[in-house]
Design a protein around this ligand. Structure first.
Ligand code: HEM
Length: 520
């Protein structure tokens, strides 16, 4: 008798035995027992974080965090704030992670490049899959991140940003010209105008070619419109391994998915690579990607189109909504508090819209104060971001000496801007928008600035901080000079910019922040 059919029969018999209801039940039972054993270990005295305070339910399994962040959408931040009120400055917020609410410990957690700080894969899972998962931002290991960020940061130095600030002013002028052309027309959300401005600035800066959002008819759609689905799926991705696997094959299925997902895939896999290819083919391009490839700062393996596209997409992802949201908050307060606007105009005396310079604007104390107050209440990332001190235990001592903890090496520990920026010792009456809190004798309080987490801190902080600041100064001043005198708020209250939960970036009760204005 032929041995082949016999072996196939053997395999089929084995498979049907495996798939029998009894076998499936036993496998499920085994899996549940395994999960229960892990949960018991998590709350046992043998777990390295056993002595840290926090609710037992949070330490038992990831289901508690997943419930608040995934099912209720981005609401774990509020739960963490309540844990600190009950248990103190260091709390255990899930089986493996600690959270700190003491701003004085910031530089230990988010240390500079000389001390090893890894990121944590569990949190990076929010990025899903595809090119964006191989960027510097998404790199776990300190050493690999250092190489990746080191190669990029020289393009975003203060020197380099100063060289290109003329382009920022040009786009800001184009944006305000277009805003003025909408006078007498329907009210609109000013955040969309800023989304167009910031996306055009970054694409021009990085590829030497803007994405043309300011020049298009109207303000929507723009890059932020398309990446909304990316933020919406963030927590599902973090807690759902199957979701991440599906995301890996999404590019092939993009045409069969909803418009949003299709568009975000198109940006990541077609539009951004297209800009980068064009830049690489132009010997005189001189911008980030062309220079990066020519300079040989990175080994060949780091320069694949796949990885470069990820970095390009990430620049837009990280630099569009963040800066736009801060500008939106500034616009809201200039329109709703005439006293703030009046004092700002006194501060800007002697400047003309056509020749604004970032370095000059930084010297205006009240503008400086408004920008920092806006960055406080509207930080780039309102979700926590953990770091792992791989090779050193961190020693925490509260200022009054009453609390002391040794955080074991290898433990993810993070902070949340929405908690630090609401610390009442540093920022009394934190719900109020008070630029004056940033001034001492009318001059910038740079010591207070060190407590801002808006751009992150240490080795993993924002690479685009200088460009972000340049955009904020130039656009805020131009808005004050050209648009605010002719604009009014339309059906917008403080609720439209107030934190309720996060989708990595701040969300209000009504969703993304939105400030509708009318220009006369
Ligand atoms: C107001 C403006 C901005 C704010 C508040 C902001 C905020 C942040 C924050 C908080 C992080 C760190 C996230 C973490 O801890 O995991 C970050 C990282 C980053 N940002 Fe920004 N950002 C701004 C503008 C920009 C711009 C204009 C760019 C343009 C290139 C940019 C590019 C990046 C990149 C590439 C990273 C990842 C850095 C790394 O880990 O190597 N950002 N940003």
């Amino acid at each position: 008798m032929d041995s082949k059919p016999a072996s196939i029969r053997l395999v089929l018999d084995g498979l049907s035995a495996l798939l029998s209801p009894a076998a499936i039940l036993s496998l499920a039972g085994l899996w549940i027992s395994y999960r229960v054993l892990i949960a018991l270990y998590n709350i046992s005295p043998f777990h390295p974080l056993a002595r840290f305070p926090g609710p037992k339910i949070a330490a038992t399994s990831y289901l508690y965090e997943a419930y608040y962040d995934w099912i209720l959408v981005g609401r774990y931040g509020t739960v963490i704030r309540e844990m600190h009120e009950r248990y103190g400055p260091i709390v255990r917020i899930n089986p493996d992670e600690l959270h700190c609410s003491d701003p004085l410990f910031t530089d230990e957690i988010y240390a500079g490049p000389g001390r090893i700080r890894d990121k944590w894969q569990h949190q990076l899972n929010t990025g899903g899959a595809g090119p964006v998962s191989v960027t510097g931002f998404s790199t776990v290991h300190h050493e690999l991140h250092r190489m990746r960020k080191g190669a990029l940061s020289r393009f975003f130095s203060r020197q380099q940003t100063l060289k290109l600030e003329g382009e920022v002013l040009d786009f800001a002028q184009m944006t305000t010209d277009k805003l003025l052309r909408s006078s007498g027309k329907e009210p609109f959300n000013i955040k969309e105008a800023f989304n167009c401005f910031t996306a055009d600035v970054i694409s021009q800066y990085a590829f030497s070619e803007s994405m043309g959002f300011v020049a298009q008819e109207g303000w929507e759609p723009n890059f932020a419109t398309w990446v909304r689905s990316f933020f919406k799926s963030a927590y599902m991705m973090r807690h759902n391994a199957l979701g991440r696997k599906i995301a890996q094959v999404l590019p092939m299925m993009a045409d069969y998915l909803g418009e949003d997902v299709k568009n975000v895939m198109r940006q990541m896999n077609v539009v951004i690579p297209g800009h980068i290819k064009k830049a690489l083919n132009d010997p005189d391009n001189g911008r980030v990607f062309a220079d990066l490839v020519q300079s040989k700062l990175l080994p060949e393996s780091e320069l694949s189109m796949y990885r470069l596209s990820g970095e390009g997409f990430n620049f837009l992802l990280a630099g569009t909504e963040t800066t736009a949201a801060t500008l939106t908050v500034i616009t809201f307060w200039l329109l709703s508090k005439p006293a703030i606007y009046k004092r700002l105009m006194e501060d800007l005396k002697g400047l003309t819209p056509d020749t604004l310079k970032w370095t000059e604007l930084e010297q205006r104390p009240y503008l400086w104060a408004i920008i920092h107050e806006a960055l406080r209440v509207m930080p780039g990332v309102s979700h926590r971001s953990a770091r792992i001190a791989r090779e050193e235990d961190l020693v925490y001592r509260s200022q009054d000496g009453k609390v002391e903890w040794v955080i074991p090496r290898g433990t993810p520990i993070g902070m949340t801007s929405m908690i630090n920026h609401w610390n009442t010792d540093l920022f009394p009456n934190p719900d109020r928008f008070t630029p004056e809190r940033w001034l001492v004798d009318g001059q910038p309080n740079y010591k207070l600035q060190k407590f801002l987490l808006s751009f992150g801190k240490g080795s993993r902080s924002c690479v685009g901080e200088n460009l972000g600041y340049c955009e904020l100064y130039v656009m805020a001043a131009l808005m004050a000079m050209r648009i605010i005198p002719r604009a009014t708020l339309f059906e917008t209250t403080i609720e439209h910019i107030t934190y309720d939960h996060d989708m990595i970036v701040l969300q209000t009760k009504k969703g993304s922040i939105s400030v509708r204005i009318k220009i006369d």
